[in-house]
Design a protein around this ligand. Structure first.
Ligand code: MN
Length: 444
Protein backbone atom coordinates (compact mmCIF):
# COMPACT_ATOMS: atom_id res chain seq x y z
CA UNK A 1 0.00 0.00 0.00
CA UNK A 2 1.37 3.39 -1.01
CA UNK A 3 0.68 6.42 1.09
CA UNK A 4 3.56 8.65 0.12
CA UNK A 5 5.01 8.82 -3.37
CA UNK A 6 7.66 10.83 -5.22
CA UNK A 7 8.29 11.36 -8.91
CA UNK A 8 9.96 13.65 -11.40
CA UNK A 9 8.74 14.99 -14.73
CA UNK A 10 7.53 12.94 -17.65
CA UNK A 11 10.38 11.46 -19.74
CA UNK A 12 12.66 11.62 -16.71
CA UNK A 13 16.25 12.63 -17.29
CA UNK A 14 19.50 12.38 -15.36
CA UNK A 15 18.71 15.35 -13.08
CA UNK A 16 15.38 13.70 -12.19
CA UNK A 17 17.11 10.43 -11.34
CA UNK A 18 19.76 12.25 -9.28
CA UNK A 19 17.02 14.12 -7.40
CA UNK A 20 14.95 10.98 -6.79
CA UNK A 21 17.82 8.93 -5.37
CA UNK A 22 18.27 11.72 -2.81
CA UNK A 23 14.53 11.89 -2.08
CA UNK A 24 14.79 8.22 -1.18
CA UNK A 25 17.50 9.03 1.39
CA UNK A 26 15.81 12.17 2.72
CA UNK A 27 12.27 10.73 2.89
CA UNK A 28 12.64 6.94 3.28
CA UNK A 29 8.87 6.35 3.64
CA UNK A 30 8.20 7.61 0.10
CA UNK A 31 7.85 5.20 -2.84
CA UNK A 32 9.49 6.42 -6.06
CA UNK A 33 7.41 6.26 -9.24
CA UNK A 34 9.06 6.19 -12.67
CA UNK A 35 7.75 7.91 -15.78
CA UNK A 36 6.45 5.68 -18.54
CA UNK A 37 9.24 6.78 -20.89
CA UNK A 38 12.79 7.55 -19.88
CA UNK A 39 14.85 10.20 -21.62
CA UNK A 40 17.39 8.55 -23.99
CA UNK A 41 20.23 10.39 -22.23
CA UNK A 42 19.33 8.59 -18.98
CA UNK A 43 18.88 5.04 -20.38
CA UNK A 44 22.28 3.64 -19.51
CA UNK A 45 22.28 4.85 -15.93
CA UNK A 46 18.68 3.74 -15.44
CA UNK A 47 19.34 0.24 -16.75
CA UNK A 48 22.37 -0.25 -14.57
CA UNK A 49 20.96 1.19 -11.34
CA UNK A 50 17.25 0.40 -11.60
CA UNK A 51 17.32 -1.73 -8.47
CA UNK A 52 18.67 1.17 -6.37
CA UNK A 53 15.47 3.14 -6.94
CA UNK A 54 12.85 0.43 -6.42
CA UNK A 55 10.50 2.23 -8.81
CA UNK A 56 6.76 1.67 -9.01
CA UNK A 57 4.93 2.29 -12.32
CA UNK A 58 2.26 4.98 -12.71
CA UNK A 59 -0.41 2.27 -13.20
CA UNK A 60 0.48 0.83 -9.78
CA UNK A 61 -1.08 3.97 -8.27
CA UNK A 62 -4.59 2.88 -9.32
CA UNK A 63 -6.74 2.21 -6.28
CA UNK A 64 -4.17 3.48 -3.77
CA UNK A 65 -4.93 6.24 -1.30
CA UNK A 66 -2.13 8.73 -1.73
CA UNK A 67 -1.65 11.24 1.07
CA UNK A 68 1.62 12.96 0.21
CA UNK A 69 3.40 13.58 -3.05
CA UNK A 70 6.89 14.93 -3.67
CA UNK A 71 7.52 16.29 -7.18
CA UNK A 72 11.08 16.94 -8.31
CA UNK A 73 12.61 18.93 -11.19
CA UNK A 74 9.37 20.42 -12.53
CA UNK A 75 6.60 22.78 -11.48
CA UNK A 76 4.46 22.17 -14.51
CA UNK A 77 1.19 20.25 -14.21
CA UNK A 78 1.45 19.11 -17.84
CA UNK A 79 4.73 17.39 -17.05
CA UNK A 80 3.25 15.30 -14.19
CA UNK A 81 -0.05 14.52 -15.85
CA UNK A 82 0.90 10.89 -16.53
CA UNK A 83 1.05 10.20 -12.77
CA UNK A 84 -1.87 12.30 -11.59
CA UNK A 85 -4.33 10.66 -13.99
CA UNK A 86 -3.92 7.43 -12.01
CA UNK A 87 -4.60 9.02 -8.64
CA UNK A 88 -8.19 9.10 -7.42
CA UNK A 89 -9.77 10.10 -4.15
CA UNK A 90 -9.08 13.01 -1.81
CA UNK A 91 -6.48 15.59 -2.75
CA UNK A 92 -2.99 14.62 -1.56
CA UNK A 93 -0.52 17.17 -0.22
CA UNK A 94 2.02 18.08 -2.87
CA UNK A 95 5.52 19.38 -2.18
CA UNK A 96 7.64 20.49 -5.11
CA UNK A 97 11.45 20.61 -5.10
CA UNK A 98 12.36 22.40 -8.30
CA UNK A 99 15.08 24.57 -9.78
CA UNK A 100 13.02 25.99 -12.66
CA UNK A 101 11.73 29.59 -12.43
CA UNK A 102 8.79 29.85 -9.99
CA UNK A 103 6.60 31.79 -12.43
CA UNK A 104 6.07 28.62 -14.42
CA UNK A 105 4.42 26.82 -11.49
CA UNK A 106 0.82 25.79 -12.26
CA UNK A 107 0.42 22.89 -9.82
CA UNK A 108 -2.38 24.24 -7.67
CA UNK A 109 -2.23 24.03 -3.88
CA UNK A 110 1.32 22.72 -3.86
CA UNK A 111 4.01 23.80 -1.44
CA UNK A 112 7.04 24.76 -3.47
CA UNK A 113 10.69 24.64 -2.41
CA UNK A 114 12.59 26.54 -5.08
CA UNK A 115 16.27 25.97 -5.72
CA UNK A 116 18.21 28.64 -7.61
CA UNK A 117 20.90 26.10 -8.50
CA UNK A 118 22.13 24.81 -11.84
CA UNK A 119 20.94 21.27 -11.09
CA UNK A 120 17.91 20.24 -9.10
CA UNK A 121 19.96 17.39 -7.65
CA UNK A 122 22.23 19.99 -6.01
CA UNK A 123 19.29 21.35 -4.01
CA UNK A 124 18.34 17.96 -2.57
CA UNK A 125 22.02 17.09 -2.15
CA UNK A 126 22.44 20.27 -0.10
CA UNK A 127 19.58 19.16 2.19
CA UNK A 128 21.02 15.65 2.56
CA UNK A 129 24.45 17.03 3.37
CA UNK A 130 22.97 19.40 6.00
CA UNK A 131 21.25 16.48 7.69
CA UNK A 132 24.45 14.48 7.80
CA UNK A 133 23.07 11.75 5.55
CA UNK A 134 25.65 9.27 4.21
CA UNK A 135 25.40 7.81 0.69
CA UNK A 136 26.49 4.56 -0.89
CA UNK A 137 28.98 5.16 -3.69
CA UNK A 138 26.34 4.08 -6.28
CA UNK A 139 23.90 6.68 -4.92
CA UNK A 140 26.60 9.35 -4.96
CA UNK A 141 27.41 8.40 -8.57
CA UNK A 142 23.76 8.73 -9.62
CA UNK A 143 23.46 12.13 -7.96
CA UNK A 144 26.73 13.46 -9.36
CA UNK A 145 25.65 12.41 -12.88
CA UNK A 146 22.48 14.48 -12.39
CA UNK A 147 24.49 17.55 -11.42
CA UNK A 148 26.98 17.16 -14.27
CA UNK A 149 24.17 16.64 -16.80
CA UNK A 150 22.27 19.81 -15.92
CA UNK A 151 25.33 22.04 -15.53
CA UNK A 152 27.35 20.91 -18.57
CA UNK A 153 29.91 19.40 -16.17
CA UNK A 154 29.76 22.51 -13.94
CA UNK A 155 30.56 24.98 -16.72
CA UNK A 156 27.16 26.43 -17.78
CA UNK A 157 26.27 29.94 -16.70
CA UNK A 158 23.52 28.55 -14.43
CA UNK A 159 26.15 27.04 -12.08
CA UNK A 160 26.17 28.35 -8.50
CA UNK A 161 28.68 27.71 -5.71
CA UNK A 162 26.33 25.15 -4.14
CA UNK A 163 26.47 22.96 -7.27
CA UNK A 164 30.23 22.68 -6.81
CA UNK A 165 29.96 22.17 -3.05
CA UNK A 166 27.47 19.33 -3.41
CA UNK A 167 29.55 17.82 -6.24
CA UNK A 168 32.55 17.85 -3.89
CA UNK A 169 30.47 16.23 -1.14
CA UNK A 170 29.31 13.49 -3.54
CA UNK A 171 32.87 12.79 -4.59
CA UNK A 172 33.66 12.49 -0.91
CA UNK A 173 30.80 9.96 -0.59
CA UNK A 174 32.55 7.80 -3.19
CA UNK A 175 30.98 8.88 -6.50
CA UNK A 176 32.81 7.32 -9.45
CA UNK A 177 33.86 9.93 -11.99
CA UNK A 178 34.63 7.13 -14.42
CA UNK A 179 31.00 5.96 -14.34
CA UNK A 180 29.66 9.53 -14.39
CA UNK A 181 31.67 10.16 -17.56
CA UNK A 182 30.32 7.03 -19.23
CA UNK A 183 26.71 7.97 -18.35
CA UNK A 184 27.19 11.39 -19.92
CA UNK A 185 28.37 9.93 -23.23
CA UNK A 186 25.70 11.19 -25.62
CA UNK A 187 26.72 9.61 -28.93
CA UNK A 188 25.89 5.94 -28.69
CA UNK A 189 23.87 4.93 -31.73
CA UNK A 190 25.19 4.12 -35.21
CA UNK A 191 22.56 6.51 -36.60
CA UNK A 192 24.07 9.34 -34.60
CA UNK A 193 27.59 8.59 -35.79
CA UNK A 194 26.45 8.49 -39.42
CA UNK A 195 24.73 11.85 -39.09
CA UNK A 196 27.73 13.28 -37.26
CA UNK A 197 29.93 12.33 -40.22
CA UNK A 198 27.50 13.76 -42.76
CA UNK A 199 27.13 17.02 -40.83
CA UNK A 200 30.88 17.50 -40.47
CA UNK A 201 30.96 17.68 -44.27
CA UNK A 202 27.69 19.57 -44.75
CA UNK A 203 28.11 22.32 -42.13
CA UNK A 204 28.96 25.63 -43.79
CA UNK A 205 30.57 28.46 -41.83
CA UNK A 206 29.32 31.91 -42.79
CA UNK A 207 29.55 35.42 -41.48
CA UNK A 208 26.19 36.90 -40.53
CA UNK A 209 26.31 40.42 -39.06
CA UNK A 210 29.92 39.72 -38.15
CA UNK A 211 28.97 36.57 -36.22
CA UNK A 212 30.56 33.26 -37.20
CA UNK A 213 27.51 31.13 -37.86
CA UNK A 214 27.53 27.47 -38.79
CA UNK A 215 24.62 26.31 -40.97
CA UNK A 216 23.73 22.89 -42.28
CA UNK A 217 20.93 21.26 -44.26
CA UNK A 218 20.35 17.54 -44.23
CA UNK A 219 17.49 15.38 -45.50
CA UNK A 220 16.59 12.32 -43.44
CA UNK A 221 14.39 9.43 -44.47
CA UNK A 222 12.94 9.20 -40.95
CA UNK A 223 13.02 10.81 -37.52
CA UNK A 224 16.27 9.97 -35.67
CA UNK A 225 16.60 10.34 -31.90
CA UNK A 226 19.62 11.91 -30.25
CA UNK A 227 20.14 14.61 -32.90
CA UNK A 228 20.68 17.34 -30.31
CA UNK A 229 23.68 15.44 -28.91
CA UNK A 230 25.18 15.30 -32.42
CA UNK A 231 24.68 19.06 -32.88
CA UNK A 232 26.42 19.67 -29.56
CA UNK A 233 29.42 17.58 -30.61
CA UNK A 234 29.77 19.54 -33.85
CA UNK A 235 29.44 22.83 -31.99
CA UNK A 236 32.27 21.68 -29.71
CA UNK A 237 34.51 20.75 -32.62
CA UNK A 238 33.83 23.72 -34.92
CA UNK A 239 33.37 26.34 -32.20
CA UNK A 240 31.10 28.80 -34.05
CA UNK A 241 29.28 31.68 -32.36
CA UNK A 242 26.10 29.75 -33.12
CA UNK A 243 25.05 26.68 -35.08
CA UNK A 244 21.70 26.26 -36.85
CA UNK A 245 21.13 22.73 -38.15
CA UNK A 246 18.13 22.13 -40.40
CA UNK A 247 16.84 18.59 -40.94
CA UNK A 248 14.11 17.85 -43.42
CA UNK A 249 12.08 14.65 -43.66
CA UNK A 250 10.46 14.72 -47.14
CA UNK A 251 8.15 11.79 -46.29
CA UNK A 252 6.05 13.92 -43.93
CA UNK A 253 7.24 17.43 -44.89
CA UNK A 254 8.72 17.99 -41.45
CA UNK A 255 11.49 20.50 -40.90
CA UNK A 256 13.45 20.40 -37.69
CA UNK A 257 15.77 23.22 -36.58
CA UNK A 258 18.22 22.50 -33.78
CA UNK A 259 20.35 25.43 -32.67
CA UNK A 260 23.15 26.05 -30.21
CA UNK A 261 24.63 29.44 -29.29
CA UNK A 262 27.93 30.26 -27.64
CA UNK A 263 27.31 33.99 -27.36
CA UNK A 264 24.87 35.51 -24.90
CA UNK A 265 23.96 38.13 -27.54
CA UNK A 266 22.54 35.37 -29.73
CA UNK A 267 19.33 34.42 -27.93
CA UNK A 268 18.02 31.28 -29.63
CA UNK A 269 14.82 31.13 -27.60
CA UNK A 270 13.89 34.51 -29.05
CA UNK A 271 15.20 33.77 -32.56
CA UNK A 272 13.24 30.52 -32.98
CA UNK A 273 10.01 31.85 -31.43
CA UNK A 274 8.53 32.95 -34.80
CA UNK A 275 8.91 29.32 -35.93
CA UNK A 276 6.95 28.07 -32.93
CA UNK A 277 10.13 26.83 -31.31
CA UNK A 278 11.79 27.59 -28.03
CA UNK A 279 14.13 26.45 -25.30
CA UNK A 280 16.86 28.48 -23.69
CA UNK A 281 19.13 31.31 -24.79
CA UNK A 282 21.91 28.86 -25.63
CA UNK A 283 19.91 25.82 -26.81
CA UNK A 284 16.63 25.78 -28.69
CA UNK A 285 14.77 23.91 -31.38
CA UNK A 286 11.71 24.15 -33.59
CA UNK A 287 9.69 21.59 -35.50
CA UNK A 288 7.38 22.67 -38.28
CA UNK A 289 5.73 21.75 -41.52
CA UNK A 290 7.49 22.88 -44.67
CA UNK A 291 6.57 22.13 -48.28
CA UNK A 292 10.14 22.35 -49.53
CA UNK A 293 13.11 21.77 -47.21
CA UNK A 294 15.66 23.65 -49.31
CA UNK A 295 13.40 26.64 -49.63
CA UNK A 296 12.80 26.66 -45.89
CA UNK A 297 16.57 26.53 -45.29
CA UNK A 298 17.17 29.53 -47.58
CA UNK A 299 14.39 31.46 -45.86
CA UNK A 300 15.83 30.69 -42.42
CA UNK A 301 19.18 31.99 -43.60
CA UNK A 302 17.64 35.25 -44.84
CA UNK A 303 15.73 35.58 -41.59
CA UNK A 304 19.00 35.21 -39.64
CA UNK A 305 20.60 37.96 -41.76
CA UNK A 306 17.81 40.27 -40.63
CA UNK A 307 17.45 39.22 -37.02
CA UNK A 308 20.87 38.32 -35.57
CA UNK A 309 22.37 40.92 -33.27
CA UNK A 310 25.56 42.37 -34.79
CA UNK A 311 28.82 40.94 -33.44
CA UNK A 312 30.82 43.08 -31.05
CA UNK A 313 33.55 44.97 -32.87
CA UNK A 314 36.70 46.84 -31.94
CA UNK A 315 34.85 50.15 -31.93
CA UNK A 316 32.49 48.80 -29.24
CA UNK A 317 35.21 47.77 -26.84
CA UNK A 318 38.33 49.87 -27.59
CA UNK A 319 39.71 52.54 -25.30
CA UNK A 320 39.30 55.81 -27.13
CA UNK A 321 41.63 57.75 -24.89
CA UNK A 322 44.89 56.52 -26.37
CA UNK A 323 48.23 57.30 -24.84
CA UNK A 324 51.08 57.33 -27.33
CA UNK A 325 54.71 58.37 -27.66
CA UNK A 326 56.47 60.21 -30.49
CA UNK A 327 59.16 58.33 -32.39
CA UNK A 328 61.64 61.15 -31.79
CA UNK A 329 61.29 61.11 -28.00
CA UNK A 330 64.08 59.42 -26.05
CA UNK A 331 63.60 55.97 -24.59
CA UNK A 332 64.02 57.50 -21.13
CA UNK A 333 61.21 60.00 -21.69
CA UNK A 334 59.02 57.27 -23.17
CA UNK A 335 59.66 54.92 -20.24
CA UNK A 336 58.80 57.63 -17.70
CA UNK A 337 55.62 58.42 -19.58
CA UNK A 338 54.68 54.74 -19.74
CA UNK A 339 55.09 54.48 -16.00
CA UNK A 340 53.08 57.65 -15.47
CA UNK A 341 50.10 56.42 -17.51
CA UNK A 342 50.53 52.89 -16.14
CA UNK A 343 50.69 51.02 -19.45
CA UNK A 344 53.01 48.21 -20.49
CA UNK A 345 53.01 49.18 -24.17
CA UNK A 346 52.18 52.27 -26.24
CA UNK A 347 51.69 53.05 -29.93
CA UNK A 348 54.42 55.18 -31.50
CA UNK A 349 53.41 58.07 -33.78
CA UNK A 350 55.46 60.07 -36.26
CA UNK A 351 55.36 63.86 -36.42
CA UNK A 352 52.25 63.71 -38.62
CA UNK A 353 50.40 61.63 -36.02
CA UNK A 354 50.57 58.49 -38.14
CA UNK A 355 50.97 55.13 -36.39
CA UNK A 356 54.54 54.08 -37.09
CA UNK A 357 55.44 51.50 -34.48
CA UNK A 358 54.83 50.07 -31.04
CA UNK A 359 56.93 50.32 -27.90
CA UNK A 360 56.55 47.93 -25.00
CA UNK A 361 58.48 47.39 -21.77
CA UNK A 362 60.45 44.69 -23.54
CA UNK A 363 62.04 47.20 -25.96
CA UNK A 364 62.75 49.62 -23.13
CA UNK A 365 64.53 46.84 -21.23
CA UNK A 366 66.67 46.20 -24.30
CA UNK A 367 67.60 49.89 -24.47
CA UNK A 368 68.37 49.95 -20.78
CA UNK A 369 70.59 46.87 -21.06
CA UNK A 370 72.54 48.54 -23.87
CA UNK A 371 72.70 51.83 -21.90
CA UNK A 372 70.91 53.52 -24.80
CA UNK A 373 68.14 55.28 -22.89
CA UNK A 374 68.87 58.56 -24.68
CA UNK A 375 68.35 56.99 -28.11
CA UNK A 376 65.17 57.93 -29.94
CA UNK A 377 62.20 55.62 -29.60
CA UNK A 378 62.30 54.84 -33.34
CA UNK A 379 65.64 53.02 -32.88
CA UNK A 380 64.05 50.42 -30.61
CA UNK A 381 60.34 50.36 -31.45
CA UNK A 382 58.67 47.45 -33.21
CA UNK A 383 58.18 48.60 -36.78
CA UNK A 384 55.83 45.97 -38.17
CA UNK A 385 53.08 47.04 -35.87
CA UNK A 386 49.90 45.00 -36.11
CA UNK A 387 46.88 47.30 -36.33
CA UNK A 388 43.29 46.90 -37.41
CA UNK A 389 40.26 48.93 -38.52
CA UNK A 390 37.44 49.72 -36.05
CA UNK A 391 35.10 47.24 -37.77
CA UNK A 392 37.18 44.19 -36.82
CA UNK A 393 35.17 41.64 -34.81
CA UNK A 394 35.98 40.06 -31.45
CA UNK A 395 36.82 36.80 -33.18
CA UNK A 396 39.32 38.51 -35.47
CA UNK A 397 40.82 40.42 -32.55
CA UNK A 398 41.24 37.14 -30.67
CA UNK A 399 43.02 35.62 -33.68
CA UNK A 400 45.41 38.58 -34.03
CA UNK A 401 46.27 38.46 -30.30
CA UNK A 402 46.94 34.76 -30.57
CA UNK A 403 48.79 34.66 -33.89
CA UNK A 404 51.13 37.58 -33.18
CA UNK A 405 51.51 37.18 -29.42
CA UNK A 406 50.36 40.73 -28.81
CA UNK A 407 48.38 42.22 -25.97
CA UNK A 408 47.57 45.59 -27.53
CA UNK A 409 45.90 46.20 -30.86
CA UNK A 410 45.99 49.80 -32.14
CA UNK A 411 42.83 50.68 -34.08
CA UNK A 412 43.42 52.89 -37.09
CA UNK A 413 40.81 54.84 -39.00
CA UNK A 414 41.57 57.25 -41.89
CA UNK A 415 45.31 56.90 -41.22
CA UNK A 416 44.91 58.13 -37.65
CA UNK A 417 45.01 56.27 -34.38
CA UNK A 418 41.38 55.98 -33.25
CA UNK A 419 41.77 53.73 -30.23
CA UNK A 420 43.45 50.70 -28.78
CA UNK A 421 42.17 47.29 -27.71
CA UNK A 422 44.06 45.73 -24.81
CA UNK A 423 43.61 42.22 -23.40
CA UNK A 424 41.59 43.85 -20.60
CA UNK A 425 39.26 45.58 -23.09
CA UNK A 426 38.81 42.29 -24.91
CA UNK A 427 37.97 40.35 -21.72
CA UNK A 428 35.55 43.04 -20.55
CA UNK A 429 33.87 42.80 -23.97
CA UNK A 430 33.54 39.04 -23.64
CA UNK A 431 32.04 39.30 -20.16
CA UNK A 432 29.66 42.12 -21.00
CA UNK A 433 26.09 41.05 -20.27
CA UNK A 434 23.86 41.17 -23.35
CA UNK A 435 21.29 43.41 -21.64
CA UNK A 436 23.73 46.32 -21.69
CA UNK A 437 23.62 47.72 -25.21
CA UNK A 438 27.08 47.99 -26.75
CA UNK A 439 28.11 51.64 -26.69
CA UNK A 440 28.65 53.09 -30.13
CA UNK A 441 27.41 50.07 -32.08
CA UNK A 442 26.69 51.30 -35.58
CA UNK A 443 26.03 50.07 -39.11
CA UNK A 444 27.77 47.24 -41.06
MN1 MN B 1 16.86 19.77 -14.06
Amino acid sequence: MFVNIAFGHTNMDLDCLGSLILVKKLFPDYVLVRSRLIHPAAYTLYNLFESHFGFAEPVDLEGETIENIIVVDTSSSARIKEYLEHIRGPHPNITIYDHHPAEHCDILGARRVGFPWGANTSGLGGLARERGIRLESEEATIALTGIYADTGCLIYENVKPLDLEVAAWLLDMGASLKLVKSFLETIKEDDQIQILNRLLLAAQPSSIQGNEILLSYLELDRQVSGLAAVIEKITDVKNPDAYFAVFFIPKNNTALVIARSRRSRIDLHEILAPYGGGGHQSAASAKLNAGDGRLFYDELREYLERSLAPALRARDIMSREVFSVNENQSLLEASKYMEQVNHTGLPVLDNEGKLNGFLSLREIMKGRKNSQMSSPVRAYMIRNVISAPPGITMREIERLFFRHHIGHLPIVENNALAGIVSRGDYLRGRMRPPSVPAAGTTEE
